[in-house]
Design a binder for this molecule. Structure first.
Ligand SMILES: Cc1cc2nc3c(=O)[nH]c(=O)nc-3n(C[C@H](O)[C@H](O)[C@H](O)COP(=O)(O)OP(=O)(O)OC[C@H]3O[C@@H](n4cnc5c(N)ncnc54)[C@H](O)[C@@H]3O)c2cc1C
Ligand code: FES
Length: 496
């Protein structure tokens, strides 16, 4: 099943893939909200821009998101305030509110049909009021001190008892239709968007980007790939997670309005209308990429069924997040290169961070001042605020390296792998990722992640090979789906 946002989606006209070398001012890699926001600002300022996208416009996290736009963070304003204090917490809210306004103004200016609507955020507890009041009071104080007009409220007409905080004047839209609108405008501006064109190498010192077929010489290279490609310092402390979404139609009862975050455990609910049909979706069951134990879609379906009268489940999808060690995104010029830019560490809030990132990076390239570039700079070092997550993530990588290299099962025959199953095993000393399709065909790949040599794990919910170290993911043919790896999983010689 596909994301709900594909309903009514027309996609973007395909350009033939790049067959010969070319020169541009700016090569933007990645056609999500970050890349296309940057590309549009640059093209409108007269730069010669080319966009290279491994899949299709919006096919990454942007098209897998929930389409909620808000000035606070989904993880809470209070934790941000505790880590960074009054001034930075208020700056985050101001920068993000400006980015939401930028999206609204762009939609109006370009006439993008993506159901943008101002809506409140609700952060709700279902628990005992006496018991949990304290946490929500802290959250309310932090929101108000950051300049948001938040207030305590009862739940917004949900079929279960809830109470909590309401933040007015946030927004929702269809994220895929929005970025397709940006892409259409770029095509009108004469920008070429090459879809199905994965970048396999960036040589920033020579100003070169290479795809399978061609080299692009560029004065500036923007890695709008959600996490930078190849080996980068920022990956060492990044918490990489997957989160799941399920869409459904109700048999009876109201579709709730607004951005609804139900705490303990965290579930995000929202409604969406397409034509005459309305849908309710739930997002949740976050876990570290590469660590899979449960049927997360089934858990979300059960959650919806326990609270709503469900007629049918209609959609399901999942997407990835990169949480930075100090809680703020890394945006802009990278260490060591004046011509190479990145945008990562958006956690669950990247439609807004991505928009801000697109404008910051465009301003850096155009040599314009941007009030936010220093605060969210990609070169910042904040050991006091990052050390804990750095330490945790490095322990995780080491643990996987040791456990997965030493502990992989030995297999004498592939017959034990049932249709639909995937297993990592040692065969004749090689670490192999072995999958049998539902039709019985065996697909054998190297299990060694080409990024930094961790061992991939089978993800039964998505039928993919996921790396637990920095979040590279591969399909059953071995091709990269996302993450820092440039290259597919190797196909061992002489295997099926
Ligand atoms: C379940 C879920 C729900 C979310 N909901 C929200 C929400 O409601 N609100 C919010 O603000 N944020 C939300 N987020 C976060 C948000 O979706 C992302 O942070 C944001 O979309 C990132 O945008 P991006 O453009 O940086 O990355 P992406 O949208 O992932 O775009 C990167 C693009 O780069 C391409 N690419 C990668 N490698 C290459 C290569 N080698 N060559 C060429 N192209 C390449 C990819 O194919 C992809 O299209 C959610 C995240 C998850 C997981
Ligand atoms: S993603 Fe880094 S080793 Fe696999």
């Amino acid at each position: 099943m596909e994301p709900i946002w594909k309903l009514g989606s027309r996609g973007i006209a395909e350009h033939p893939s790049l067959a010969e070398d070319i020169e541009v001012d700016v090569a933007v890699i990645g056609a999500g909200i970050t890349g296309l926001t940057a590309a549009l600002a640059l093209a409108e300022a007269g730069q010669r821009v080319m966009v290279l996208e491994a899949a299709t416009v919006g096919a990454g996290a942007t098209g897998g998101s929930t389409g909620n736009l808000y000035a606070t963070l989904a993880s809470g304003q209070a934790p941000l305030h505790r880590k960074w204090g009054d001034q930075v917490a208020a700056e985050v809210v101001r920068a993000r509110a400006e980015a939401v306004d930028h999206i609204e103004a762009t939609i109006e200016r370009l006439g993008i049909d993506c159901q943008f609507k101002r809506q409140p955020v609700y952060r709700l507890s279902m628990g005992d009021r006496q018991h949990s009041r304290h946490d929500l009071n802290d959250e309310l104080d932090a929101l108000v001190s950051a300049g948001l007009g938040a207030e305590m409220t009862d739940g917004p007409g949900l079929p279960f008892d809830s109470w909590g905080i309401r933040i007015p004047n946030q927004a929702q839209f269809n994220p895929l239709h929005y970025v397709q609108g940006l892409a259409s405008r770029l095509l009108d501006e004469g920008v070429v968007i090459h879809q199905h064109s994965p970048v396999r190498e960036i040589d920033a010192s020579k100003g070169l980007v290479r795809t399978n077929e061609a080299s692009i010489a560029a004065k500036h290279i923007v890695q709008a790939t959600h996490t930078p490609k190849g080996i980068s310092l920022v990956q060492a402390g990044m918490l990489v997670s997957r989160e799941y979404a399920v869409g459904a139609r109700l048999r009876s009862g109201e579709y709730p309005e607004g951005i609804i975050w139900v705490l303990d455990p965290f579930h995000s609910l929202r409604s969406y209308r397409h034509g005459d049909e309305q849908y309710l979706m739930v997002i949740g069951e976050k876990h570290k990429t590469g660590e899979h134990h449960e049927d997360y879609y089934q858990k979300l379906r059960a959650y919806l069924e326990s609270h709503f009268d469900i007629e049918a489940f209609t959609h399901q999808w999942s997407a990835q997040q990169y949480g930075s060690p100090d809680g703020l995104p890394y945006i802009g010029r990278m260490h060591g290169h004046g011509n190479l830019y990145m945008a990562t560490g958006f956690a669950a809030d990247g439609l807004v961070w991505g928009t801000l990132a697109g404008t910051i990076i465009a301003d850096q390239i155009l040599e314009r001042d941007n009030p936010w570039q220093a605060r969210f700079g990609a070169r910042r070092i904040t050991p006091g605020k990052s050390a804990l997550q750095y330490a945790r993530e490095n322990v995780t990588v080491t643990k996987h390296m040791v456990k997965d290299y030493l502990g992989t099962e030995k297999l004498d025959t592939f017959d034990v792998i049932a249709p639909g199953q995937g297993r990592v095993a040692t065969v004749d000393g090689d670490k192999l990722a072995i999958h049998r399709t539902e039709a019985g065909e065996l697909k054998v790949l190297s299990a060694v992640c080409p990024h930094m040599k961790c061992i991939v794990h089978w993800n039964p919910s998505e039928s993919t090979w996921d790396c637990p170290c920095h979040g590279s993911r591969f399909d059953t043919e071995g091709e990269v789906i996302e993450g820092p790896a440039y290259h597919p999983l190797a196909k061992p010689e002489g295997r099926a």
